[in-house]
Design a protein. Structure first.
Length: 202
């Protein structure tokens, strides 16, 4: 099936707009306490029973792995397609390579490093937003490539994004290690719940 330029432009606009709306919805959800449980998971999630059935749908936290399977698969496809026959780097190539590196690291961590508890859950809203997000961030550069919207980048255009990515990636890994050592501790009174990091007690 061959897409027309108009169809691709419409798809790109839709993807960008929907990603923006999804991001805004997550921010708004985080600002309203009654909705914050949608974004919490694992140790920070306290299961609630709402009158509306669809608000009580939770899935295993280990389903986080699905995000990175999707991310890895689509970013690998992008790298294979977008790198193509060109030797000069373009902005879309840099984005695709960074996405592939990131997805590879997170998929490895989910499969071989993280130890998901059988009782840890995430809300279905959180899960669906994650699936959508990792699909969309790979579809956007692909559609831009099909529209021939890539631009050649200079050496600095390659180095700066990679440096920023590396710092962010290392910071994320560091925080994941801290979070993996956390233990939920309940006070004898039900209204006090605290999270403490085991590493701070040693």
């Amino acid at each position: 099936m061959v897409f027309t330029t108009l169809q691709l432009q419409w798809a790109l606009s839709t993807l960008n707009l929907s990603l923006l709306l999804a991001s805004v919805s997550v921010v708004l959800t985080s600002l309203f306490p009654p909705l914050q449980s949608f974004l919490k998971y694992g140790k920070t999630l306290k299961l609630k029973h709402d009158k509306l059935p669809f608000l009580n749908v939770y899935v295993p936290k280990c389903w986080f792995t699905h995000f990175y399977i999707i991310h890895f698969t689509l970013s690998l496809v992008n790298v294979c397609l977008i790198l193509g026959h060109r030797f000069a780097f373009t902005d879309l190539q840099v984005i695709s390579i960074i996405n592939l590196i990131q997805s590879s690291r997170r998929l490895f961590e989910c499969l071989f490093v993280s130890k998901f508890s059988k009782t840890s859950n995430i809300h279905i809203f959180h899960y669906l937003v994650g699936v959508y997000f990792y699909t969309t961030i790979n579809m956007i550069p692909l559609v831009m490539y099909l529209l021939d919207m890539s631009n050649d980048v200079s050496v600095w255009g390659m180095i700066v994004p990679i440096i920023i990515f590396t710092i962010a990636s290392l910071d994320q890994s560091f925080n994941h290690k801290i979070l993996s050592k956390q233990k939920k501790i309940y006070h004898t009174k039900n209204w006090i719940v605290s999270i403490c990091c085991m590493s701070t007690l040693s």
